[in-house]
Design a protein around this ligand. Structure first.
Ligand SMILES: Cc1cc2nc3c(=O)[nH]c(=O)nc-3n(C[C@H](O)[C@H](O)[C@H](O)COP(=O)(O)OP(=O)(O)OC[C@H]3O[C@@H](n4cnc5c(N)ncnc54)[C@H](O)[C@@H]3O)c2cc1C
Length: 366
């Protein structure tokens, strides 16, 4: 089998993997990123994220202008409506950070920009259509991986192997990453794209959130003139809706008066996307020779839309830990620091997401 040596093998090239690779490349580390997907391509995800999280990381990587050139409007406010009494408010954006706005960018667009950003670092190579098949160990320590593409398999020897490979992470399974916390699913989500949707005040300038009876309808104005319209449901309603999902999705959205009138004048496009119930999961994110980042390390119900902010932010934390290890810091010290920073940043949001997911009517009292 052909063999190669790198400092870091990253499995997964979307938000977590490409951000990490770009940051490590800036510090001169030899990085191989693999993804079984090819880019640009979408993935099952709506894509609202915040100034303090993913938008700030795009700015730090120097690609915010490029991302904005695809037409996503800066989301400088947000619209909150209550479909049960017809009320609505205009509110400031959630945690807009120093950039001062939030964004929604289709994953095909965003992940494509991030992959190319990683590739601009001379010491980073991104290989598409390449799958991790196995992990290689010496004793307890992970020392590389076996990867496969159309041409065959290769052994990649790496000082560190990183799983940025999403919520059903193969790396996590192969290294037997311990589960830190698991919460059973309580919700599901549908979404579809629409074109020509006016904002509440004309030009779209904020996400819209309309709360029904334990259901939430979202509008995320995005790139290319598209808006993403999403619906979060409890599992009883999901079981009903999925019997005739296309019709039921539109009927449910039509039950939200703040949004419905404008939707009637716009054009639905593409298919309806469905995300059924999935458990929320926090994994212990490190071990000898390996680490996890993004959804591989922490997956929560998407109703709060925290995953991309977490993936981008935790990739910045992990880049610092990896740099420290590669320049001589004791691995267990650097890993403990990364684990602590991840948890301090995201565990409260994870728990709040799971708690409120049991009944979104609780949002009215909080
Ligand atoms: C329905 C839904 C709606 C969402 N809405 C939002 C939202 O509005 N805002 C938000 O912030 N978050 C949202 N999220 C969460 C968000 O999608 C994730 O948090 C985010 O995609 C995590 O990025 P990642 O880079 O960790 O993993 P992913 O985006 O899952 O990327 C993992 C990559 O790893 C690759 N891979 C997997 N296994 C292998 C293998 N063995 N070999 C090679 N490659 C492999 C995959 O091909 C994939 O490209 C939503 C999620 C869902 C399901």
């Amino acid at each position: 089998m052909l063999e190669e040596d790198v400092d870091v093998l990253i499995v997964g090239a979307r938000v977590a993997g490409s951000v990490l690779a770009a940051l490590l490349g800036q510090d001169g580390q030899q990085v191989l990123v693999i993804d079984r997907a090819t880019f640009p391509s979408g993935t099952l995800s709506t894509h609202f994220f915040r100034g303090e999280g993913c938008v700030g990381v795009l700015q730090r990587l120097g690609v915010l202008e490029e991302v904005l050139s695809f037409g996503s409007p800066p989301l400088v406010r947000e619209y909150n409506a209550d479909a049960t009494d017809g009320s609505s408010t205009v509110d400031p954006p959630q945690t807009p950070g120093e950039v001062g706005f939030n964004l929604s960018v289709r994953r095909e667009t965003l992940d494509g920009v991030l992959v190319e950003r990683a590739r601009r670092e001379p010491t980073v190579e991104v290989r598409e259509a390449t799958t991790l098949q196995a992990i290689v160990r010496e004793g307890d320590r992970v020392t590389g991986g076996v990867i496969a593409d159309g041409a065959g398999t290769r052994l990649i020897r790496a000082r560190l192997v990183i799983g940025a490979d999403g919520h059903s992470s193969r790396v996590a399974k192969l290294v037997d990453a311990p589960i830190q916390q698991e919460i059973p699913p309580s919700r599901a989500m549908y979404y579809r794209y629409i074109q020509g949707l006016e904002g509440p005040g004309g030009k779209p300038d904020g996400p819209e959130f309309s709360l029904g009876d334990d259901e939430l309808v979202y509008v995320f104005p995005s790139d290319g003139g598209f808006a993403c319209v999403a619906l979060s449901l409890n599992l009883d309603d999901y079981r009903t809706v999925r019997r005739d999902a296309d019709r039921a999705f539109q009927a449910r959205v039509a039950g939200h008066p703040f949004i419905a009138g404008r939707i009637e004048k716009a054009s639905w496009c593409g298919r309806l996307w469905a995300c059924g119930p999935r458990p929320s999961l926090v994994r212990v994110p490190t071990g000898p020779g390996w680490a996890l980042v993004g959804d591989a390390s922490m997956y929560q119900d998407p109703w709060t839309g925290l995953g991309m902010d977490n993936a981008a932010t935790h990739a910045t934390f992990l880049a610092e830990a990896v740099d420290d290890i590669l320049s001589g810091t004791d691995e267990s010290v650097a890993w403990a620091d990364f684990h602590r920073r991840r948890d301090e940043h995201a565990i409260s949001g994870f728990l709040e997401t799971a708690d409120l997911a049991l009944d979104l009517n609780a949002l009215r009292s909080g």
